[in-house]
Write a protein that binds this ligand. Structure first.
Ligand code: ADP
Ligand code: ZN
Length: 621
């Protein structure tokens, strides 16, 4: 019975036929009355895991959520789907709050979203103690931990709120942060009872991952945008200055882009964000301040102009692509300089003065370790997807066969001579320089930096000029990875010899094999870039639509825009790209057929069905 009900709710309210990995188990556990701690990445579908139990259990579920925009979004979407839900936060006036809580007390809502600061207000407590609560859900539960990125003191008070309830309902906690320490904090601070713990959904099969190195990043991004001219996407930069520069560059190159960072006025930020959400602006250039709580499902690419500070950051940001399950691309443009920027940013990061010296040291070390793991992602030649999954604690096969590294043709070369020259160069300069100076010297670069340090007089100068910059970097990286060199851990990252370095100079040394991506070499000079779908190994956007379907798709998008405009909601709330495509493929003629379309629930059919059917009748072929 319950089995049927779950599926039915999934279809009726959300329009989906099947659960994603992990969702059903979590729902079952909650329904059986067991506390849950679920670690799921952004976009994996956490909300359904508590929304469906909330709909199935008698009473009202309280959802604690840190972000006003996120709450409003969710409540709007639920109301759209025909579910009674409300939120309580600082955006409401006194009287609106009073009214909402009155209704809540009378059992009007299946879900009530609340900001953590509001939990212990007399009014909310009055509601909570008199209503029938089905569940307490803590969203973004990592905010409870001081070791997390987004600690919020008000989260610590949640457990005190729960203790004040006459009956303790089942408690479920959700987060995308995976570290052990944070998980422990959530368990203890919330006082979860024998919880069902799960790490799930980190794999996003529809996302394509790639790291690109070398070349002008600006130029690469410009080309990418040109090649994906009808798609919506985000370009993340590490700094505000980076955002401004790239924004100007792209604007000068004739692109219509918007930007977002914390240095802009609140009005300007709001305008940028809305342009993006409402599909008026196609591409947004932003710092990591952008995106929290933005559930735009048709983001087709997320590019990173710089390496982020941690895999958590990266996956959260990249994960904003392809929430509709359609193919989307996550490409990180890496240069070794990013590691330097990352270290500088960490060093200038202010650590709360409330911490003891020892705690601050630990926080720094953890930050540094996260940065190193991030760097590992950028430089690995192994499967990117399995790197991610392992990082977050999920099982992973060795090669996914569909990421940039798995698809790249690897080439190998014996770089023994180059490696030996690196050892000599490092030794001769007294181990005083970092990788760019050493590489520059061996390549024979004629720059002021090299001349100023007298490195153009070094016996190593120009000895590997034929190797090329990218390979030179590969050699040095491989030497560090294998312990033939080490890099100092300060921001200078000087190259130092190790006890193994000399081995490369010995008579008996035979080879030093490095592998690298074949296409990178071709790309360097010519500026050619991988074309999605061209190889047939990765489905290109809408590649499986015929030309006439594609035309219909464009009409559908326009219709969606109009429908959204009328109701003043973002287009993705009317229908996702995936739904539109399914409409174009299936071409339903009746309301029943409409219900078979992916993402079309009863409420959606009621609201928009006619408009879509009409379009199909008039434009469809
Ligand atoms: P999270 O809160 O984990 O970041 P959401 O709950 O917002 O993610 O879900 C991300 C997207 O995935 C939403 O558009 C949601 O409707 C969709 N989704 C969730 N579960 C399913 C499912 N079983 N089938 C198809 N789409 C789903
Ligand atoms: Zn792979």
């Amino acid at each position: 019975m319950e089995e049927e009900q779950k599926k039915q709710i999934l279809k009726t309210y959300f329009g989906y036929d099947t659960f994603r990995p992990g969702q059903e188990e979590i729902i079952d556990q909650i329904l059986s009355g067991r506390d849950v701690l679920a670690v799921m990445p952004t976009g994996a579908g956490k909300s359904l895991c508590y929304q469906i139990p909330a709909l199935l259990m008698p009473g009202t579920a309280v959802i604690v959520s840190p972000l006003i925009s996120l709450m409003m979004d969710q409540v709007k979407a639920l109301n759209e789907a025909g579910v009674h839900a409300a939120y309580i936060n600082s955006s409401l006036t006194e009287s609106q709050t009073a009214r909402a809580l009155e209704l809540a007390k009378a059992g009007r809502y299946k879900l009530i979203y609340v900001a953590p600061e509001r939990l212990e207000t007399p009014r909310f407590l009055d509601f909570a103690c008199h209503a029938h609560l089905s569940m307490i859900t803590v969203d973004e539960a990592h905010c409870i931990s001081q070791w997390g990125q987004d600690f919020r003191p008000s989260y610590v008070r949640i457990s005190s709120f729960i203790r004040q309830l006459p009956v303790r309902p089942v408690v479920s906690a959700f987060t995308a942060t995976a570290t052990e320490k944070v998980r422990e904090d959530i368990l203890s601070s919330l006082g979860l009872v024998r919880p069902y713990e799960t790490v799930t959904g980190f794999d996003r099969p529809n996302l394509y991952f790639e790291v690109q190195k070398g070349g002008s990043k600006k130029e690469r991004i410009r080309r990418y945008l040109a090649e994906h001219s009808s798609q919506s996407g985000i370009v993340y930069c590490a700094t505000r200055k980076g955002v401004d520069e790239l924004y100007l560059y792209l604007e000068n190159a004739g692109f219509s882009v918007s930007r977002y960072h914390a240095g802009m006025s609140p009005e300007a930020r709001k305008a940028s964000q809305e342009d993006f959400i409402y599909d008026r602006g196609r591409v947004i250039i932003a710092t990591n301040a952008f995106g929290m709580g933005i559930d735009k499902s048709n983001v087709r690419f997320v590019l990173h102009y710089n390496m982020p500070q941690s895999m958590e950051h990266y996956y959260q940001e990249a994960g904003r692509a392809g929430r509709d399950g359609e193919p989307a691309e996550c490409i990180l443009f890496y240069s070794p300089q990013d590691t330097m920027i990352g270290r500088l940013l960490l060093e200038s990061k202010e650590v709360d003065q409330d911490y003891t010296e020892e705690e601050r040291r630990m926080i720094r070390e953890q930050d540094m370790e996260r940065l190193r793991k991030m760097e590992g992602y950028c430089t690995t030649t192994g499967c990117l997807r399995s790197y991610i999954l392992r990082y977050f604690g999920e099982q992973a096969e060795d090669g996914c066969g569909s990421c940039g590294n798995c698809l790249a043709e690897m080439e190998q070369m014996d770089a023994l001579e180059a490696a030996a020259d690196v050892v000599r160069c490092v030794r001769d300069c007294g181990q005083r320089f970092g990788q760019s100076m050493i590489a520059g010297t061996l390549l024979g670069e004629n720059t002021a930096r090299i001349r100023d340090r007298g490195m153009d007089k070094s016996p190593s100068y120009g000895k590997q000029s034929k190797l090329g910059k990218a390979r030179m970097q590969d050699v040095i990286r491989a030497m560090v990875e294998r312990g033939y060199l080490r890099q100092t851990k300060d921001k200078y990252m000087l190259l130092k010899l190790t006890e193994r370095s000399e081995e490369l100079l010995e008579e008996g040394a035979e080879s030093f094999i490095i592998s690298y991506k074949k296409e990178e070499k071709a790309e360097e000079g010519k500026g050619k870039s991988r074309k999605a779908g061209a190889s047939g190994r990765w489905p290109a956007q809408a590649a499986d639509l015929t030309e006439s379907q594609q035309e219909l798709f464009e009409e559908m998008r326009k219709l969606r825009m109009r429908l959204a405009g009328k109701r003043k909601i973002p287009p993705y709330m009317v229908a996702s790209d995936k739904t539109l495509r399914d409409l174009c493929v299936r071409m339903p003629r009746t309301r029943e057929e409409l219900l078979d379309v992916n993402g079309m629930g009863e409420k959606k059919v009621k609201q928009y069905g006619e408009a879509f059917l009409e379009l199909i009748l008039t434009k469809g072929v």
